[in-house]
Ligand binder design. Structure first.
Ligand SMILES: Cc1ncc(COP(=O)(O)O)c(C=O)c1O
Length: 417
């Protein structure tokens, strides 16, 4: 179909590029079903209920660590729990500052305040949704003890300069890989750069252990045991003690989740590869459009595309980004118009709704009010420029072609002469 201004946009009453719905993900299949059924068959045959920390969980954790090239992994009940346990392993003093991602799920930031530390968002790098090394450097103070670095949308953050910075200042680094399973940077998987990594394995992610889940990964045995104790009510794992050794929670995963996760893990390399092929094909199809661009990745980074992030150049368009994205969506393409998730703009953060009326860990009064104010100009600009395509592994060439056709049609209608 030739693209011209005479092709009326669907948002203006024209015929959408895509008439039928896009295919579902079909994340769970016969393999996951068989794994779960085997567990029930076993429970029925033996009369023993399946539990947690059993053989399937251990096998899943071994497989997960192996996928990352070796290390220690522990399954938990959510990505938020994974971030919390990773932080707990650092045993930070209350009131420590932790530099956090500026655009992320609340579950990537709330654990900092839960651990009685102050979350300090660094601005984005001016291109992606990730904090940049310069912006992280600007957020570091003498009270900073750790950095949480997220790879948002599956686009790796620029980890080498971040790690150099962390080493220079003696800071721990937690990588939040909730959106970035299988992404890599300088030939190494994300999650293997920092001291610890947190993954979400809920059903919307590349890889799932069922409805909810998460994994903590590290190559540091001491940190591993510290995280592990926190995850299970302070049990004396890895020590000679006989009673519980620290404050903790019950963040355990379980045999059923692990059985599903193990079947899932076998599909992960294919899922990542397929998303890369599809996202790259879409980017290629729009490469000549002046007002629209695919993600500019950090040097030597390979994204795993939780979503495909596209950005518009507002100076070259007759409409704002939201109208552009809504028009693409009206053409029948699955689009998220805005990923507007800045935790520091949320009510709980701005009003310090934490423990009773104390506002803790923030200081009381004016000092506390000031401590939750941040100027993040790149961040707001990135949100205002970007929209997301919900690309996934079950798309075929046809979905790519329709997406490209819709993007080109909308671009032709809204690009300035
Ligand atoms: C970057 C990031 N961190 C943490 C989380 C929290 O993970 P969960 O939803 O599994 O608790 C998410 C969830 O989407 C996330 O995207």
């Amino acid at each position: 179909m030739p693209v011209s201004r005479t092709n009326r946009l669907a948002i203006e009453g024209g015929r959408p590029v895509r008439q039928e719905p896009f295919p579902p993900r079909r994340l769970f299949g016969e393999e996951e079903k068989a794994a779960a059924m085997a567990l029930f068959d076993e429970a029925i045959a033996t009369g023993q209920a399946f539990g947690y920390n059993g053989p399937r969980e251990q096998a899943y954790e071994r497989d997960f660590a192996e996928y990352l090239g070796g290390g220690l992994a522990k399954a938990v009940n959510s990505g938020t729990s994974a971030v919390l346990a990773a932080l707990a392993a650092l045993e930070l003093e209350p009131g420590s500052e932790v530099v956090v991602p500026p655009i992320t799920d609340p579950g990537g930031v709330m654990p900092v305040a839960m651990m009685n530390c102050l979350p300090v968002p660094a601005d984005t790098d001016g291109s992606s949704f990730n904090a940049g090394p310069e912006q992280i450097a600007a957020a570091i103070t003498e009270r900073t003890r750790a950095l949480i670095v997220a790879h948002i949308m599956g686009e790796p953050a620029d980890m080498q300069p971040v790690m150099d910075l962390a080493r220079k200042h003696g800071l721990y680094v937690i990588e939040d890989c909730a959106q970035a399973h299988g992404a890599s940077y300088r030939g190494r998987m994300v999650g293997t750069w920092g001291d610890l990594a947190a993954f979400s394995t809920m059903s919307g992610k590349h890889h799932a252990t069922g409805a909810q889940g998460g994994v903590v990964f590290t190559r540091n045995e001491e940190l591993f045991w510290k995280a592990r104790r926190f995850m299970d009510r302070g049990k004396p794992f890895g020590t000679d003690e006989t009673t519980n050794v620290r404050l903790g929670l019950n963040l355990n995963s379980n045999e059923l989740s692990a059985a599903i996760g193990r079947a899932q893990l076998k599909k992960l390399p294919w899922i990542v590869q397929r998303r890369q092929e599809l996202a790259e094909a879409i980017c290629e199809g729009i490469a000549d459009l002046p007002a629209l661009a695919g993600p500019r990745l950090a040097p030597e980074a390979t994204a795993s595309y939780w979503f495909l992030r596209l950005s518009v150049d507002p100076s070259k368009l007759t409409v704002e980004k939201n109208r552009f994205a809504e028009a693409v969506r009206a053409e029948g393409v699955p689009v998220t118009v805005s990923y507007d998730h800045m935790p520091n703009e949320h009510i709980w953060f701005r009003q310090r709704r934490t423990y009773g009326t104390s506002g803790y860990p923030w200081p009381p009064g004016e000092a506390g009010e000031k401590a939750v104010q941040f100027d993040l100009p790149n961040c707001r600009a990135a949100i205002d420029r970007c929209f997301l395509i919900a690309v996934h592994e079950n798309w075929s060439r046809r979905e790519v072609d329709d997406t490209v056709a819709a993007l080109r049609k909308v671009h032709a209608a809204f690009v300035k002469d």
